[in-house]
Every structure is written in structure tokens, then in C-alpha cells.
Ligand binder design. Structure first.
Ligand SMILES: CC(C)(COP(=O)(O)OP(=O)(O)OC[C@H]1O[C@@H](n2cnc3c(N)ncnc32)[C@H](O)[C@@H]1OP(=O)(O)O)[C@@H](O)C(=O)NCCC(=O)NCCS
Length: 159
């Protein structure tokens, strides 16, 4: 489990547990116009290709969920499905640490390349992904339900 001391508190990234779900759904609804439901998270958890890691502040039942990252690993590819941070905890490096953890995990399991889709208008997330070396390789026109385009980004992962 990764530990990062930040501002006098101990923040840890660990695997998803069912105790995280309610706070994750709160963050999900605050983050997306079409948020994932509990059922969608459950389906991902049943998928053995899928990994979900959660950033928490504190321990046990009192832990505050700061954010989470969800991705698939298969055939040397990492597909980033979801990364979200509590709006009250943004711009504190939580997203950066989650992405870094996911990429390290993927690299350690032999992933050679990472893919993701991001809304064209999502400048903050695109900047975060660019910081980690993702570059734009194409556009999926009207990919999202409201008609917005997705930008497809690729990262060559060094193992
Ligand atoms: C995208 C998201 C996960 C970033 O989480 P975060 O914890 O705020 O990110 P960090 O604090 O680690 O930011 C790292 C860097 O990303 C960039 N960044 C993040 N949010 C940004 C914003 N709103 N505007 C501009 N740049 C931003 C900056 O370069 C930032 O570094 P800096 O704060 O030193 O300038 C968060 O904004 C979020 O949950 N958004 C809603 C869900 C979403 O859009 N997810 C991505 C789906 S593809």
C-alpha cells in the first residue's frame, strides 16, 4: 500500500473495499453528468481485468475517500476507465498520485501502452494526462451521450 504524508495527515492508496462505495458514488455524481451507478461499479469488480484503487485519508470505517481510479489491464494494455477526486479535495495532488499508482501497477504487470478517452472540454484532466506523457492520437466524434467529442490519448509505458 502506498503511503503519502500530506499536510500532516496520512493519505493512502489501496484496493477498493465495499466500505468505500457510498463515498465513491457521491464523488461520481459530483464529477460527471452521467455518473456510474453502484451496479456499474459492481460489474467492473466482477471483471477480473479490472482494478480499482482508492485514495483515503484515515483508517477503517472513519476513512475519508478522496478519489479513485479504475482501469483494465489485458494483453499488455492499460485502459483507464475512470479517475475522479472529491471536488473539495481537488488541486491537492490526489489525481496525480492515483494516476501514478495506476501506471506503476500497470508497468509492474507488463503493460506496454496506456489508452484513455477524455472529453474535449476537460482541460484539467487533459493537462494531468499530458503531464504523465499521454499524447492525443485521435478524436471519437460525439462519443458522449450529450454529443461531446472524446479525445483519445496514448502513453507508451516504460517498464
Ligand atoms: C481530473 C481530476 C481527477 C484531477 O484531480 P486533482 O486531484 O484535482 O488533480 P491534481 O491536484 O493531482 O492535479 C495535477 C495537475 O493536473 C492539472 N489539473 C488538474 N485539474 C485542473 C484544472 N481544473 N484546471 C487546470 N489544470 C488542472 C494541473 O496541471 C495540476 O497540477 P497543479 O495543480 O500543480 O497545477 C479531477 O479534476 C476530477 O475528479 N474531475 C472530474 C472527473 C474527471 O473529469 N475525470 C477525468 C475523466 S477522463
Amino acid at each position: 500500500m502506498a503511503v503519502a504524508a500530506t499536510g500532516g495527515t496520512s493519505r493512502r492508496i489501496g484496493r477498493y473495499t465495499p466500505a468505500d462505495l457510498d463515498q465513491m458514488l457521491f464523488i461520481e455524481r459530483a464529477s460527471y453528468p452521467n455518473p456510474w451507478t453502484g451496479q456499474m461499479f459492481a460489474e467492473e469488480l466482477d471483471n477480473r481485468l479490472c482494478h480499482i484503487f482508492v485514495s483515503r485519508d484515515g483508517d477503517g470505517g472513519a476513512a475519508e475517500v478522496l478519489g479513485y481510479v479504475c482501469f483494465w489491464l489485458f494483453l499488455g494494455e492499460m485502459h483507464l476507465l475512470n479517475v475522479a477526486v472529491d471536488p473539495a479535495r481537488r488541486r491537492q495532488g490526489v489525481g496525480r498520485r492515483l494516476l501514478s499508482h495506476a501506471l506503476d501497477f500497470a508497468a509492474a504487470r507488463g503493460a506496454k501502452v496506456g489508452f484513455l478517452e477524455v472529453r474535449r472540454s476537460n482541460r484539467g484532466a487533459r493537462r494531468l494526462y499530458e503531464e504523465y506523457g499521454f499524447s492525443e492520437i485521435g478524436i471519437r466524434p460525439r462519443y458522449y451521450e450529450d454529443g461531446e467529442d472524446a479525445v483519445v490519448m496514448l502513453l507508451e509505458i516504460s517498464n
